[in-house]
Design a protein around this ligand. Structure first.
Ligand code: FMN
Length: 416
């Protein structure tokens, strides 16, 4: 019987352990987590989601305070079109985060950045261009295009000096999405270096509707493999979503997949950015406590713990400070949901908003506990202490468990 370590992921002239830790937005997949993956010979991700608030926390900048000061006059206005991002600041914050990470990199692996198109930031094309180009300028090893079809994203960087040799990949949830991306990007004469195929059991936003449970990762992967074979397209495929053990990973690698992308197991690592008490909620969650709902203003269904403080929270929209989900007209679905709730409860000091959530604020504060479907199995990956809490794991322990385990086994850490 094989283990993951019997395989390698080849990306151009680079060979790495075929384990990719997926991007987890707003600093859940921290630099430290990504750097551990690279040190151990695999691939880690940082994320550029809400990059200015991440820079403030990590690099002591004051971007959020300054932006709020600049646009404070607009706080009571539902029209947020004036609230624009300063491109120079996005570039600088991205550079700080990417350089700050890459300067600490050790080992033979790679560090990529997860870049979500759905962060439309009141000027989708312009902000995405700056985000991508700044990450390339700052020396990132690769970029994973996420949360969107990214039909124009290659074009935004095709004249960048690193366009041909930086590793570029895209996350898709269907053959159709991949076909569209390849068709639109063909003009740039460059294929993606890898394609992450994300199934319906993943954490974060889903590339499926509320009928997600009718889909299955292995079926989508097989369909894409067949199409690639018939059309002589050769791009490494990396399945993601619900791959919980090394054996789950081997099952995909044996069908010809190049690597796997995993995330949920690492949410309870020391290196993960979630606060420790939130990690305990992940450990203790039962299957019934996990839901896919539609409260994300992006319009994508999102999986999360039902106990997330973000659910039902009726805080005033905070776009003057953040505003990452404002569309090109300065709107966000949360603003509409909030206004509706206020109109329905005019006397209330605090309204409850069930329809949507202020995702920027709640992701920033780690109050939206997004997670993968198998979060309820995390309790099987560690020891429970006498106080009822579980022992956090090192990212190295989890990584090596994926790399070497066989027969569906999960290695528990040494008891303290
Ligand atoms: C807490 C959490 C946050 C996530 N955030 C993002 C994100 O910001 N962008 C993204 O493309 N995928 C995100 N994902 C998806 C992961 O990168 C990954 O593809 C997926 O969760 C893998 O499935 P698994 O969690 O079952 O291992 C997130 C997943 C989790 C668990």
């Amino acid at each position: 019987m094989k283990c993951v370590d019997d395989f390698r992921l080849t990306l151009g002239d680079k060979e790495v352990v075929p384990i990719m830790i997926g991007g987890m937005g707003v600093d859940i997949s921290t630099s430290d987590l990504a750097l551990e993956a690279a040190r151990l010979g695999g691939v880690g991700h940082i994320s550029d989601a809400m990059i200015k608030t991440v820079a403030d926390r990590r690099y002591k900048t004051k971007y959020v305070r300054e932006k709020l000061k600049r646009y404070k006059f607009n706080v009571a206005n539902s029209d947020k079109s004036v609230v624009q991002f300063d491109m120079g600041e996005i570039a600088e914050a991205t550079r700080l985060h990417v350089e700050g990470t890459m300067s600490r990199k050790t080992g033979d692996g790679l560090v990529f950045i997860n870049c979500m198109e759905k962060l439309t930031m009141n000027a989708p094309k312009e902000t995405l261009r700056v985000r991508l180009r700044s990450a390339l300028d700052a020396g990132i090893d690769g970029v994973t295009l996420a949360a969107g079809l990214h039909l124009g994203s290659f074009a935004l960087i095709e004249d960048h000096p690193r366009f041909r040799d930086v590793k570029l990949g895209i996350i898709v949830s269907s053959l159709r999405a991949l076909q569209l991306f390849l068709k639109k990007s063909a003009r740039t004469n460059r294929l993606p270096d890898y394609v992450v195929v994300e199934g319906p059991l993943a954490g974060g936003h889903l590339g499926f509707g509320m009928d997600w449970s009718e889909y299955d990762l292995a079926t989508i992967v097989t369909e894409i493999q067949q199409w690639m074979k018939e059309n002589d397209v050769n791009i490494p495929l990396i399945p993601a979503g619900g791959i919980f053990t090394g054996t789950d990973a081997v099952n995909f690698l044996e069908t010809g997949c190049a690597a796997v992308q995993v995330a949920t197991r690492f949410t309870v690592s020391n290196e993960c950015g979630l606060p420790d008490d939130v990690k305990q909620h992940y450990f203790k969650a039962s299957e019934e406590e996990i839901e896919v709902n539609q409260i994300s203003p992006t319009g994508y269904p999102m999986r999360m713990l039902k106990s997330s403080p973000a659910i039902g929270s009726g805080i005033r929209p905070n776009c003057e400070a953040y505003g990452y989900l404002l569309d090109s007209k300065g709107s966000c679905q949360y603003i509409d949901a909030y206004n509706k709730a206020v109109a329905a409860q005019p006397e209330a000091r605090r309204v409850s908003v069930m329809e949507k959530t202020c995702l920027c604020t709640h992701m920033r504060n780690f109050d939206c506990w997004t997670c993968g479907h198998y979060t309820y199995r995390l309790k099987d990956t560690s020891h429970k202490g006498e106080d009822g809490n579980y022992a956090l794991l090192s990212a190295e322990h989890i990584f090596r468990d994926y790399q070497f385990s066989k027969e569906g086994r999960i290695l528990l850490p040494d008891a303290a």
